[in-house]
Design a protein around this ligand. Structure first.
Ligand code: F6P
Length: 354
């Protein structure tokens, strides 16, 4: 019997269970045996998996998180060999790797070693090159938008500046989408640095026009002009990512000092990754899962499912990765290309600043 395996790697996000259910249901129709490795690449290395059948994936579509568990395991060269060996040993005819930049860059390495892999782009950050959207993004945007809506009333009651820090690493997609939808008065993104003076000028101008409060949506990766990004710790994670966080608090202090208006900061943090996926993310995850199995059936390995316009297509993983220098080891490694917020979209947002 043909066997299809899947895993979820990296930070979790809403919609993962929709993909797991879709891959399982589509594969069962074709008579595949289906298994799920637990906790990302760690499960393949340890040979830790669970069988997936119709019952196991029933009632999970609306649930956040992942029934398979996840981890940020970055396999060493030796562990890559173990993964290749284990997948052969388990007689896997296709592996669907559901993850973001980190998980898919490992998938791409495995593809070069002849592993029959299909990638599925997951992340709230929406920063994966080659697809118009990742699942998880829409839910995060809705959570952040609701937060901005709620901040408006309390900011207005107290005549304060409220600064809301939004996730996304080096991409400002969640911040710009929620910032525009939630009517933020200033939107600050990693892609476009802005000086403190420019930020405060907008707030002062609002005050002069009779608006006693302001809402600032700031991406965790935003840099004040002339400053570095704000980190929670100097330590890097297994894939060499810095832990961002603290820009809202820093801005809060500076804005209050500079404008004289009482200010508060709010960090949305992991609330943006938790809870039930939106209908949009359930649908996108479902379409991705079905397409992943269809690519496997057609023998189109080494591809990532992707949204282009309204179509779901397969794009070669080779087209979405590039070589970069690892900050930890100084050696060259494969990473996914980043997709950043465009100037055109930022210019639309800027119409509503102030
Ligand atoms: O990549 C998704 C993401 O939520 C980023 O937006 C955020 O910077 C990071 O993961 C947080 O990672 P962790 O779950 O390790 O705290």
């Amino acid at each position: 019997m043909k066997k299809i395996a899947m895993l979820t790697g990296g930070g979790d996000c809403p919609g993962l269970n929709a993909v797991i259910r879709a891959v399982t249901r589509r594969a069962l129709i074709e008579g595949y045996e289906v298994i799920g490795f637990r906790n990302g690449w760690a499960g393949v290395i340890k040979g830790d998996f669970i069988p997936l059948n119709r019952d196991r994936v029933s009632g999970i579509l609306h649930l956040g998180g992942t029934i398979l568990g996840t981890s940020r395991t970055n396999p060493t060269d030796e562990q890559i060999e173990t993964i290749v060996r284990n997948l052969k040993g388990f007689n896997i005819s296709a592996l669907v790797a559901i993850g973001g930049d980190d998980t898919l860059s490992v998938a791409s390495r495995l593809h070069k070693r002849g592993v029959p892999v299909i990638g599925c782009p997951k992340t709230i950050d929406n920063d994966i090159f080659g697809t118009d959207q990742t699942f998880g993004f829409d839910t995060a945007v809705n959570i952040a938008t609701e937060a901005l809506d709620r901040l408006h009333t309390t900011a207005e009651s107290h005549s304060r500046v409220l600064i809301c820090e939004i996730m996304g690493r080096q991409a400002g997609w969640i911040t710009i989408a929620a910032g525009v939808a939630g009517g933020a008065d200033v939107i600050l993104l990693p892609e476009f640095s802005v000086s403190l003076e420019e930020i405060c000028a907008v707030i002062k101008q609002r005050q002069a026009s009779g608006k006693s409060f302001s809402i600032i949506a700031v991406a965790e990766g935003f840099k004040i002009k002339g400053e570095k990004e704000v980190l929670q710790t100097d330590k890097l994670d297994a894939f060499g990512h810095a832990r961002l966080g603290g820009i809202a608090e820093r801005l809060c202090k500076l804005v209050e000092e500079n404008t004289g208006i009482e200010s508060r900061s709010v960090v949305l943090g992991h609330t943006q990754r938790g809870g039930s996926p939106t209908a949009m993310d359930r649908l996108l995850g479902t379409r991705y899962g079905v397409k992943a199995v269809e690519l496997a059936m057609a023998g189109e390995f080494g591809k990532m499912v992707a949204l282009r316009g309204t179509e779901i297509i397969g794009v070669p993983l080779d087209d979405v990765v590039h070589e970069v220098i690892d900050k930890k080891t100084g050696q060259s490694k494969l990473r996914l290309k980043n997709r950043c917020v465009t100037k055109e979209l930022y210019d639309v947002a800027k119409v509503f600043f102030g």
